[in-house]
Write a protein that binds this ligand. Structure first.
Ligand code: SAM
Length: 327
């Protein structure tokens, strides 16, 4: 979905967006859209409103990527830090950005060849693993300490011991750890020793049955947890300094002043979302993010305030969809 409007005039439901991918005006750097504020303070008022709206629409397990100018991003960071957890302040190093020898000689500062991108997460509520641990693992008693003293007798490892946290009546609530860490049910011999140590009378068969039941219950929980937790797949092995081309051969095809590289955009999307997820693109520009979403099979809601750029995005979308059908 692409709209020719101010993105703040949206009707996006609360917490419905998996990724916000925002390349906003940087303030008086480049492009008409950068020069519409009377002062930097006015600009920061807009940033504050944008941040608040991002908070409203982003899912609890969602991510936010917010581009900015190296010298100015710090001011936006202070605002976004109030709402989200900062994962990284990414640096995009433009690899082919040539600083000429005379620039080094004449400039009275270091040569700027980077842009920044703040990576935020929104995990304020307990989800996934935290929930499982809180619900099932926290109510354990300190029997494990006694177990530790006897670990040699029991002939089981330190890791196993720390996971064998039996409750007082001999049931195996504490075996949750087995599921989470992959530790096995104890052998008959080990169980006999444990029973002797703690005067437990439960039969081994009961333990085994309970263990198997818990195991399948936690297998389901773990699947649920995998689905519900924030996606992050660093298959491109990206660090917080990302060296990447500006890909001017692609950007030169579109009439826009501040185009981001398509391949880098795709990588960021693939790292922080799953296929089928919804990406909010508040500042459409030339449509780089829309094209990246189409080619990586993500849904998108894109806004572009300028009619001219909106038309560019629509044309780019059409082309990308056609290409998708061909391959
Ligand atoms: C930095 S550019 C985005 C460039 C884009 N990443 C690309 O690769 O082409 C920012 C764009 O946001 C648009 N814009 C600015 N304020 C907006 C707003 N409130 N709502 C929607 N679009 C806006 C501008 O017209 C401009 O095209």
């Amino acid at each position: 979905m692409i709209y020719n409007s101010d993105w703040m005039k949206n009707d996006i439901p609360d917490k419905s967006i998996n990724l916000i991918l925002a390349d906003p005006p940087y303030f008086e750097v480049k492009g008409d859209f950068d020069f519409i504020w009377n002062s930097f303070d006015d600009y920061l008022l807009s940033v504050s409103m944008w941040a608040k709206e991002c908070k409203r629409v982003l899912a609890d397990n969602g991510s936010l990527l917010w581009w900015g100018h190296a010298k100015k991003i710090a001011y936006s960071q202070v605002i976004f830090d109030k709402y989200f957890n900062l994962g990284n302040s990414l640096v995009w190093e433009k690899v082919e950005c040539q600083t000429k020898a005379q620039d080094y000689d004449q400039a009275r500062h270091f040569a700027p060849i980077t842009e920044r991108c703040l990576f935020y997460t929104n995990e304020v509520e307990m989800t996934g693993r935290e929930f499982i641990i809180e619900e099932y693992v926290a109510p354990l008693n300190p029997y494990s300490l006694v177990m530790k003293d006897n670990m040699f007798k029991l002939n089981i490892s330190q890791i196993e011991i720390s996971n064998l946290q039996l409750s007082r009546n001999g049931n195996i609530t504490g075996w949750v750890h087995n599921k989470l860490s992959g530790v096995q049910c104890p052998t008959v011999e080990q169980w006999e020793l444990i029973c002797n140590l703690f005067n437990i009378t439960n039969k081994y068969e009961e333990l085994k049955k309970e263990y198997e039941e818990l195991r399948s219950e936690y297998a389901e929980l773990r699947d649920e947890y995998e689905e519900s937790r924030r996606p992050f797949y660093n298959t491109y092995k990206l660090n917080d300094v990302i060296k990447h081309s500006q890909e001017s051969q692609i950007s030169s095809q579109y009439d826009h002043d501040t185009i981001k590289p398509l391949t880098l955009t795709k990588k960021l999307i693939q790292t922080t979302t799953r296929e089928g997820d919804t990406v909010l693109i508040p500042f459409g520009g030339s449509g780089t993010d829309v094209e990246a979403c189409i080619s990586t099979k993500r849904k998108y809601i894109c806004y572009e305030i300028a009619k001219k750029h909106y038309e560019t995005i629509k044309a780019r979308e059409k082309k990308a969809l056609l290409q998708g059908e061909l391959f």
